[in-house]
Each structure stands twice: as structure tokens, then as C-alpha cells.
Write a protein that binds this ligand. Structure first.
Ligand code: DNO
Ligand code: MN
Length: 426
């Protein structure tokens, strides 16, 4: 696999020169300054690409070229937005970029309730607390029917969320939170769930948004009546529309799984388990329609067994996120060490290293490499003061990357593949 790193552009305090020192080979980034729904021009793409190349690395993956809400819920300007997307894709292809990550999660991209949860080692990790999330839904968002939905989940409606929460008196916990919550607590929760995580990934919310909760409600309203089947059909329509461009320019599309891997806030979610993955791959059977194998997002759901998933889907995986989650007995989850948790990254690295060998034999040079990044990392040793996006610390991610580099070198040794560590004389 190619060792890559998510970098947020020229203003990122973590510079390309720093990344070069820690063995990063390829960059994962986006044109973060282009507003949602506008075309990415060749000039802007080329400018960033050349800047990355001037540091001896390549722009390996676009994460993300965002799919606007209208394409997801099937709004009136959907066709126009699909055209915009196609134009951006063609421009990327013309500039020699061949891998694009996106997600099909309505409204909310990835979600956590606590961004600095204490780890036993004194560092911190991202954390998802179901009771806090339910409190946010019922009492801050005040979503219609939310309390009834949560009750049905807790009472056992057969869903994966219901299984995750088995035996937990979630409604009592929500009440306990409500009894102690004040305006500041609510504000912090909104910051964590909506602003600090969403701000830089979905483009829907921005730092400084005055009324994020109101904006949230407006976005949720767009999905009124949109079912899981509707969302699936909209994804299929969109994929079919863009595949000719992907064929022409040899672009791999890779959808990021839902995080957490459950439907939330009454919204349908369609990429969070084996059956979902199989569905979208079969719906559009073109090898350019592929998956971002995010071991972290998938392992946050007890229903997902990661090694068999990788064994099943490696040929349609075009981008890998190697991190792992730990699920507490009550169903909450946090990000584990890259050497622990539910995802066995050693086994996954073995599968994907073999997959890269296969790609060397079967694909054109432009899409032979299989890019991998460690995704999130701990916040540690003063990362807090360095200016970073939630989960995207410098030292914490570097620690994870070093561990994963060791795993890959070991696996390569077993497989008889020559491992190279960039940046050294030998
Ligand atoms: C979560 C992370 C996310 C991801 C976006 C993609 O696992 O990888 O930041 O990049 O959800 O849209
Ligand atoms: Mn991920």
C-alpha cells in the first residue's frame, strides 16, 4: 500500500515538509476553498498538485469531492449538480488524478460526541456516547418523533443499533443528562457533533455558524419521506451518470462507509454493513465503482467482522483507512490503538498488500497503487496546542503511522515483497 496522509491544504499547520520526514509518500486532500456545489477548475487542481509534487510526493486521493445534498435526496437541481460533479471529475482526470473518495451520508458526515476523551495512557481519543447523542437528538435538535424512535431502538426493534444497546437503560441516562445539562453543556455538544467534526469534511457547517441547530433542522427537513430505497436509488442514478467519465479518465470512485455504521437521526444510511456494500457494488457493476475500506468506521459496529469483509471486497477497494475501534460493553465506542481494538490491522494489511500485488498485474499504471492512510489518531503530547482538526492530530497520527509502517514491513517480509521506507539512505 502507498502510505498517505490527509492534509488540509496550504494553510494546514502540519506542512508537507513535516510529512516528508515521517515516511509519507502520497497526499490525500481536497480543494477546501471551493464552495460546495461549484466546479473544481483545472487551474486550481493543477496548482495544488504541482505544489504537492514540489515536495516529492503525489496527490494520491481526493477526499472528498463532496456529493451535494440535492443529489442524495433527489432535489430539483439534482441534474445540474450531477453535471457540476462530472465536470470536476473530468478536470481531475485531465490533471492526472485517478482516485476520488466521497460519502453518501445524508446531512451529517462522521459523528462523535466527545473529541478529547481521556485514554488510560493520558492521551485522548474520539468517543461516541449513545446517551449523549440521543440527548442531542431529543432535547437539543428536538426532532419530531425522536423520543419514540429511541424508545423503540432500546426496546429491541431488531436493528443493529438496537443490538448495540441491548440491556442499556438509555432513556434513563438521557434523563440524567437532561437534569444536569445547561446552556454551556448543550453548546459544547453541538460544537462536538456538528461544528468541529463536520466543518471540514462535509462543508455543510462552518466554524462561526451562528445557528447550527437551525441549519441542521433545515437540512433534515430535506429528507422528509426519503426512505432507504430512495437513497439507494439516488446513489445508483448518480453512479450511473458519472461512470462514463470514470471510464474515460480511469478514475476510481470509493465511497466512505457511514460513521457510526448505523442509521441515525431518522435518516437513512446505506453503507454500513456487508449487505449494503454488496448492494451498491452490484447495483453498478463497474470496477471504478468501489469502496473506501475504512476499518475504523466499520469496526465501530458489532455487526461487522472486518477480516472477512476485506477478504470479500478487496478487489473493489480503491482506498484503505487503517484504524480500529473498541466497543464498550454498553455499546459506546472509542478509537483503539492501531495495534488493538476490533479490527485486526495485521490481517487487513496482509490482504491489502496482496491486493496491491494483484493490481500491479492487472491494472494500468495510473491505478496500480493502493493508497492507505491511518485516518484518525490520538491527541497527545501537546497536539492540542498545535492547531489541528478533530482526530487529525500530528503526533497521534504519526504514532499510528509508525505502527502501521511496522506492520506493513513485517507482512511484506512474510510475503516476500520488498518493503521500502522512504527518506533514508538504506
Ligand atoms: C472517518 C474519516 C472521515 C472521512 C469522511 C469522508 O472515518 O475518515 O473524516 O474522511 O467521512 O467523507
Ligand atoms: Mn475513515
Amino acid at each position: 500500500m502507498e502510505k498517505t496522509w490527509r492534509w488540509f491544504g496550504k494553510n494546514d499547520k502540519i506542512t508537507l515538509a513535516m510529512l516528508k520526514q515521517i515516511g509519507v509518500e502520497g497526499i490525500v486532500t481536497a480543494l477546501h476553498d471551493v464552495p460546495l456545489g461549484e466546479v473544481w477548475t483545472r487551474e486550481k487542481i493543477r496548482d495544488l498538485k504541482e505544489y504537492i509534487e514540489s515536495y516529492g510526493m503525489r496527490w494520491s486521493v481526493v477526499e472528498s469531492l463532496p456529493v451535494t445534498e440535492t443529489i442524495k435526496y433527489g432535489g430539483p437541481d439534482r441534474d445540474q449538480q450531477i453535471e457540476v460533479y462530472k465536470e470536476s471529475l473530468a478536470n481531475l482526470g485531465k490533471e492526472g488524478i485517478h482516485c476520488v473518495c466521497y460519502n453518501f451520508m445524508p446531512v451529517l458526515d462522521w459523528a462523535r460526541t466527545d473529541l478529547l476523551h481521556d485514554n488510560p495512557n493520558g492521551a485522548s481519543n474520539l468517543y461516541f456516547n449513545w446517551a449523549e447523542f440521543a440527548y442531542f437528538d431529543i432535547h437539543i435538535l428536538k426532532r419530531e418523533g425522536a423520543a419514540e424512535e429511541w424508545k423503540a431502538i432500546v426496546e429491541g426493534n431488531g436493528s443493529n443499533a438496537s443490538k448495540a444497546l441491548q440491556g442499556r437503560d438509555l432513556m434513563a441516562e438521557v434523563e440524567a443528562i437532561r437534569a444536569k445539562a445547561d446552556a454551556q453543556y448543550d453548546r459544547e455538544l453541538v460544537e462536538n457533533i456538528v461544528i468541529k467534526t463536520q466543518g471540514f469534511v462535509s462543508g455543510n457547517f462552518k466554524e462561526g455558524d451562528e445557528k447550527p441547530v437551525e441549519l441542521f433542522r433545515e437540512l433534515l427537513a430535506l429528507y422528509k419521506g426519503v426512505t432507504k430505497d430512495d437513497l439507494r436509488n439516488n446513489m445508483k442514478t448518480w453512479l450511473e451518470a458519472i461512470m462514463p467519465i470514470c471510464d474515460e479518465y480511469d478514475i476510481d470512485m470509493c465511497v466512505h462507509p457511514d460513521d457510526p455504521p448505523f442509521p441515525i437521526l431518522g435518516l437513512p444510511r446505506i453503507v454500513n454493513c456487508e449487505e449494503d456494500i454488496q448492494w451498491f457494488l452490484d447495483a453498478v457493476p463497474n470496477e471504478h465503482n468501489g469502496l473506501t475500506f475504512c476499518a475504523g468506521s466499520l469496526s465501530a459496529g458489532g455487526h461487522n467482522d472486518l477480516t472477512p469483509l476485506a477478504e470479500k471486497f478487496h478487489e473493489r477497494t480503491h482506498f484503505v483507512h487503517l484504524r480500529s475501534c473498541y466497543i464498550f460493553p454498553n455499546g459506546d465506542f472509542t478509537e483503539a490503538s492501531h495495534l488493538g481494538g476490533r479490527a485486526n490491522l495485521i490481517e487487513l494489511a496482509r490482504i491489502f498488500e496482496k491486493e496491491e500485488q494483484r493490481r500491479m498485474q492487472t491494472r494500468k499504471p495510473s491505478t496500480q497503487k493502493l493508497p492507505m492512510r491511518v485516518d484518525h489518531g490520538m491527541t497527545m503530547l501537546g497536539d492540542e496546542d498545535k492547531g489541528y482538526n478533530a482526530g487529525y492530530s500530528f503526533l497521534g497520527r504519526m504514532f499510528g503511522l509508525a505502527q502501521v509502517q511496522g506492520i506493513i514491513a513485517t507482512v511484506d517480509n512474510e510475503l516476500g515483497i520488498k518493503y521500502t521506507q522512504p527518506g533514508f539512505f538504506g
